[in-house]
Ligand binder design. Structure first.
Ligand code: NAP
Length: 487
């Protein structure tokens, strides 16, 4: 049975309750993990609070060495980690391997950034208090915030957790991790690796259990100074409201409805291939998955036919098989949501070009599989263009020109990433500047992220930026120190 890490000890929940960790492809129970509650969360927060002095006393070089060691241990255990990710969240094994490699990089980047937390000297004007006194010397330092609550989602159960924990540790904070209940095992293994890398007890703690109790305790407890959250926009809003009472610093990475614009001068073969990975990677359960394909009317039919041909090549099946491109969605609720959005679209005039139903034959019957689906004739009034899909569905909307494409792209409450396909780079850059999103990719898919580059959304897609060096800055407070040099 998996356990929680509190104050350097691996423990069960306060009342011994457990939850099954299930494989969404097979419904097999992989393990059980503690159903922690508020008492457990409080114990972890107390441990993190008490360990602040220990974390602050470590030099930047000591923190860096531990993070680098953790990266090396993860690399040595990458086969095991990838398998756990694949089984616990139904991710194709090759994608799980890529996530593990990125996890190693995230830790290694954080190890480097730990040594680059710089301050500045500030030229001071002559202060009026007392008048004319110029003999002062001012400089800034960056200090850890204190206790960071790291609440992460199921879809990248290792790397999104490390994007919080590694920069928070690099900056000298202590951390309480709350991994997702659908997919906690990779996060538990990551905490073990950090411990093994030499992190003193109490600096990293991990509590499993429901978001509504464990998560909420972390968000409301006055001993927690900052929350780094990745998840649904509605959960993020609730967290913002509750964290406001204790004025916690918030970094929110939330939902998206990323558009891919394909203009009449685009390379359609390339667009069709990249739209396929953009929409269907990890069954569309990626915050930056392409969730709307916006195509110029003039090339709509040609694109749709090339795209359907590409999508038909996808092999849906057991995520542990190396030839599988797409596995299940995470759970029954995720599957129902996809079914509901597709039904709403088709009953309002969308046309199914491919798929459009649950896969329930023998090979799929024990998992939450939905067929790769392409819908045309989609209108902006349909729920599928406004609510986050999080499933293997590609809605195609047609537009008259590039200006209209940008208008449609911007017409959601989200603003995470977007992409534009055009053979004219200047046109692409001009349009990119008109799109309200945290990142715009030209002639590429939307679901790309580089671990050391800025990452985050605008509008209801988020607040603040990840990307290791930016996250390290987010996890520090700037202190201004002035010395009066008058003798
Ligand atoms: P979620 O349901 O919001 O859950 C995320 C985390 O929040 C889980 O650990 C969850 O715990 C916890 N939680 C739930 N209710 C809470 C509460 N009241 N207080 C504190 N914590 C609470 O999201 P998800 O379904 O796991 O992930 C999918 C969503 O994440 C999508 O919307 C996706 O777009 C978004 N996402 C965004 C990014 C980004 O970087 N912008 C990246 C990946 C995913 P339980 O699991 O126990 O419920």
């Amino acid at each position: 049975m998996a356990k929680m890490l509190i104050a350097g000890k691996w423990v069960d929940s306060y009342d011994g309750a457990t939850i099954d960790a299930v494989n969404p492809a097979t419904s097999e129970v992989l393990d059980t993990f503690p159903r922690g509650g508020r008492e457990d969360a409080r114990a972890a927060i107390d441990a993190a609070y008490d360990a602040r002095g220990k974390a602050e006393a470590m030099t930047a070089y000591e923190r860096s060495t531990i993070l680098l060691k953790a990266s090396q241990i993860l690399e040595q255990r990458s086969t095991e980690m990838a398998r756990i990710i694949s089984q616990n969240v139904g991710k194709p094994i090759t994608d799980a391997e890529a996530e593990t490699t990125r996890g190693c990089l995230t830790l290694a980047f954080a190890a480097e950034e730990a040594k680059r937390i710089y301050g500045q000297t500030i030229p001071l004007d002559s202060s009026p208090f007392p008048p004319g006194n110029k003999d002062r010397f001012g400089f800034t330092i960056r200090e850890p915030i204190g206790v960071v609550g790291a609440i992460s989602p199921f879809n990248f159960p290792l790397n999104l957790l490390l994007h919080k924990v590694a920069p928070a540790l690099a900056a000298g904070n202590t951390v309480v991790i709350k991994p997702p209940s659908d997919g906690p095992l990779p996060g538990i293994m990551a905490a073990k690796i950090l411990e093994e890398a030499g992190l003193p007890p109490g600096i990293v703690n991990l509590v499993t259990g429901p978001g509504s109790t464990v998560g909420e305790e972390i968000v409301t407890n006055p001993k927690v100074d900052a929350i780094s959250f990745t998840g649904d926009t509605s959960t993020g809003r609730m967290i913002s409201e509750k964290a406001a009472a204790t004025n916690k610093k918030l970094i929110l990475e939330l939902g998206g409805h990323d558009p891919m614009i394909i203009l009449d001068d685009a390379d359609l073969t390339r667009a069709a291939k990249l739209a396929t990975t953009g929409v269907f990677s990890y069954s569309g359960q990626v915050c930056t998955a392409t969730k709307r394909i916006i195509v110029s009317e003039a090339i709509k039919d040609k694109f749709a036919s090339a795209f359907v041909q590409e999508v038909q090549k996808l092999k849906v099946g057991n995520p542990l098989e190396r030839t599988t491109n797409m596995g299940p969605v995470i759970n029954a609720a995720g599957l129902s949501k996809v079914q509901e959005l597709v039904e709403d679209a088709t009953s309002n005039g969308a046309v199914v070009l491919l798929g459009g139903q649950r896969l329930d034959s023998e090979a799929y019957s024990k998992g939450f599989f939905y067929s790769p689906t392409v819908l045309s004739n989609v209108r902006e009034s349909m729920k599928i263009t406004q609510q986050e899909i999080f499933g293997p569905v590609a809605p195609i909307l047609e537009v008259g020109d590039a200006e209209e494409a940008v208008e449609v792209a911007n017409n959601t409450v989200y603003g995470l990433q977007a992409s534009i396909f055009t053979s004219n780079l200047a046109r692409g850059i001009k349009l990119a500047r008109k799109i309200r999103a945290g990142a715009v990719l030209i002639n590429d898919r939307t679901n790309m992220r580089w671990d050391n580059a800025p990452f985050g959304g605008v509008k209801r897609s988020g607040l603040g930026r990840e990307g290791v060096s930016l996250a390290v800055t987010e996890f520090t407070e700037l202190k201004f120190i002035v010395a009066n040099l008058t003798e």
